[in-house]
Design a binder for this molecule. Structure first.
Ligand code: AMP
Ligand code: MG
Length: 344
């Protein structure tokens, strides 16, 4: 056990100079510090320091073969970590960075070997959250930062979630309030002539194609039987799992109601996760609203998955969403979190 410091900062990070400096000093000294980004909270460590990066894997219980994303403050710093950058990357950076997109490019060896899990490529991202940017600028080193949760659990969208998982295991948490997008960055393989989405996220395929034309999706993402090996090693693990089993139910609200009634009649305590419109049509006791739009659903999803506890429910029923825009990322996370998928 270590003592985990917790600092409160404003969302802009501007009035918190001393806190940011203290957190940056810990990072430069090889410690781990969690901080807010516009996607989810990240658990940071010096990406050039192997021993510091080991602490991330230990704190999270993360499998050794799952590489970490290096976070930097500027385009220039991004280029300092990689080589052989295709010309379309420049266009993507200009359009979407800082923002929720990670570029997988050939590593030039600046990041420690355990950041890349021994791969020849490294994932690099410029986050847009003012606190993250301020911290990265103050450190002036690349910071490896996976989501700041215990491996397998839903990613943290508030500092309380980080505290729940990692108190006593990391040096500090910078609390900048709830994150924005609520789902992780889009991971884009930029080592080929055509970019390939390895993990759908905050920037949609539609937005990417508007800027660079054709974009592909890693076939492993669409392969329910997992015969394809995912190119983002992290995608093969159980992820985002709530405390209790979750069933995804395709179709209209009547189908959720019917399943709810059946399970309730068997004596099961059932929780429902759905957007407001759907919940209004249902007669259920335990429910969490994911809001209205697909963007709301993305922002509230991990909170919803974490809120249902074993003490309260035996099973969660959740509706499905159209796989357009951020919906592709929402459904990717829901499929990974679910124990069963009931087709229409
Ligand atoms: P997290 O940091 O927890 O959001 O997870 C990072 C995701 O990016 C995981 O799915 C990783 O497997 C993926 N990733 C990071 N670096 C690379 C890389 N060099 N090549 C392919 N996937 C990567
Ligand atoms: Mg993660």
């Amino acid at each position: 056990m270590v003592e985990t410091k917790r600092w409160n900062v404003t969302k802009t990070g501007t009035t918190n100079e001393m806190i940011i400096i203290e957190a940056a000093q810990l990072l430069k000294a090889g410690e781990t510090v969690a901080f807010p980004t516009e996607t989810v909270y990240g658990l940071g460590a010096d990406a050039t320091n192997m021993d510091a990066v080991v602490k991330i894997f230990q704190a999270k219980g993360r499998p050794q073969d799952n590489p970490l994303i290096a976070h930097v403050a500027t385009k220039e710093q991004l280029y300092q970590l990689v080589e052989n950058v295709p010309s379309y990357v420049e266009k993507l950076i200009d359009a979407f960075s800082p923002g929720p997109i990670t570029y997988v490019l050939p590593s030039n060896g600046t990041c420690a070997d355990n950041v890349t899990a021994g791969l020849s490529t490294v994932g690099v991202r410029i986050p847009s959250h003012p606190v993250a940017l301020k911290l990265l600028k103050t450190c002036n080193i690349p910071i490896a930062a996976p989501s700041a949760n215990l491996s397998g659990k839903p990613s943290p969208t508030t500092a309380d979630h980080v505290w729940e998982d990692l108190n006593g295991r990391i040096a500090g948490i910078v609390d900048g309030g709830p994150t924005g997008v609520g789902l992780e960055s889009t991971v884009l393989d930029c080592t080929q002539d055509i970019p390939i989405i390895l993990r759908p996220g905050g920037i949609s395929i539609e937005e990417l194609e508007d800027v660079v034309g054709k974009v592909m999706v890693d076939p492993a993402l669409q392969d329910a039987d997992a015969t394809e090996k995912p190119k983002a090693p992290g995608m093969k693990y159980t992820h985002y799992a709530p405390e209790v089993p979750m069933w995804l139910i395709e179709g209209e609200s009547e189908k959720i109601q019917a399943m709810y009634d059946k399970l309730a009649a068997e004596g099961k305590r059932v929780g429902v996760l759905a957007n407001r419109n759907t919940l209004e049509k249902l007669n259920v006791a335990e429910k969490i609203s994911l809001g209205e739009s697909l963007e709301d659903v993305a922002a509230n999803l991990y909170l919803g998955l974490r809120k249902f506890k074993q003490a309260d429910v035996d099973i969660i029923l959740c509706e499905t969403y159209p796989e357009i825009g951020i919906g592709l990322a929402v459904m990717n996370r829901l499929r990974k979190a679910a124990t069963r998928y009931i087709e229409n």
